[in-house]
Design a binder for this molecule. Sequence first.
Ligand code: CTP
Length: 405
Amino acid sequence: MLTGKNIILGICGGIAAYKTPHLVRLLTKSGANVKVLATASALKFVSELSLSTVSRGPVLGDMFAADRSAESDQTLHITLGEWADALVIAPATANTIARLSAGMCDDMLSVCFIALRPDKPVLLVPAMDGHMYESPSVRRNLSVLATQGCRILEPESGELASGQCGLGRMPEPELIVETLDEMLEPLPDSRLKGRQVLITAGPTREKIDDVRFLSNYSSGKMGFAIAAAAARRGAVVRIVTGPVSLATPSGVERIDVESAVEMMEASSRFFDECDIFIGAAAVADYRPETPVEGKLKKNEPTMEIRLVRNPDIIAAFSAGKRPAQLAIGFALETAGGIGYAKEKLENKGLDLVAFNVYDRSTSGFEVDTNVLTLLDRDGTVSELPLLSKEEAAGRLLDAVEQLLQ
Ligand code: CTP
């Protein structure tokens, strides 16, 4: 499968770097052309001579190397970004993961990551001490990169360089090559190719006064994962999102809004032209009737805020949609409640509803995983296992493709 594929192998400074000459060997043996980009710290763990010998070329890493005199060499990062069919970073250290998630470009590896063509796959293979891997910073940075479409190959458990046992070991090079092989397999022709997909995501904020609002805990991760997955399947994707701190997936058009009324206005502009509407936003059902100008003062021991209903975006779409357009909704409940999801499917005229239970740790708002049950208009119910939001997004889109059949 890797025959003739151009692979950039980024190597960072971790003890697992000693396994990378073997990785290069496996890649070249399976027919790939490999260019090695090693960070300065990587070369403290593995020798440049070993890497250049097995990759049959120079080890790149220095952005300003004096021996690059040819014109194409002077913009090597751009040339490499065009040349590569995929970028693999193994081992990916906490430092490089942080720099990539922040979009920094201060060495050859980070600049190539940015210059890579947006449709090219990136495989990150983190390897570090288990406590470092579980740290909130590493989790956050990896989740940013996953939302951008990077595939993360999770580390394995075993003996670590510190002598301790735990999570953090780099998977064996054979598994890295296998994963890359699978990522480069051509996508089966998706029914979403060329279709217009409109997604709402995140929470809405409903103004109480100029400095306060009503909102909810939605992080937008599910909607953004769906947007990234749909774009990878060749759909034309727009996401209308409430305030979230997530990067826009590549190839996705993003429209930022704050309130439910703004989300309705922004979404309805695209109702007519979209083929599939996916309501992943946690839209506030009510808003304060008259937001106060300036700042409310605490003059009274109690206060009342009168709330009025917000427009229902997905219901408005369903009410006016053509038969060929699909409306896909979410139903989040705090307990049990699949009956509520069925009601929503019927009352809002949906083609499919993704039901999930809010349990704080594995499913619902803010977390990186989800447990969805998909119910479609024909009565088909599929219970999905605990999945990452990226995988859950893929399974949801598989169900949407079934409806397009
Ligand atoms: N939705 C919407 N516009 C709204 C409210 C919800 O588009 N004003 C969409 C959501 O994006 C989601 C689905 O409708 O796809 C959720 O339905 P909803 O009735 O809002 O769920 P809950 O608020 O959880 O329902 P309830 O309060 O009745 O339990």
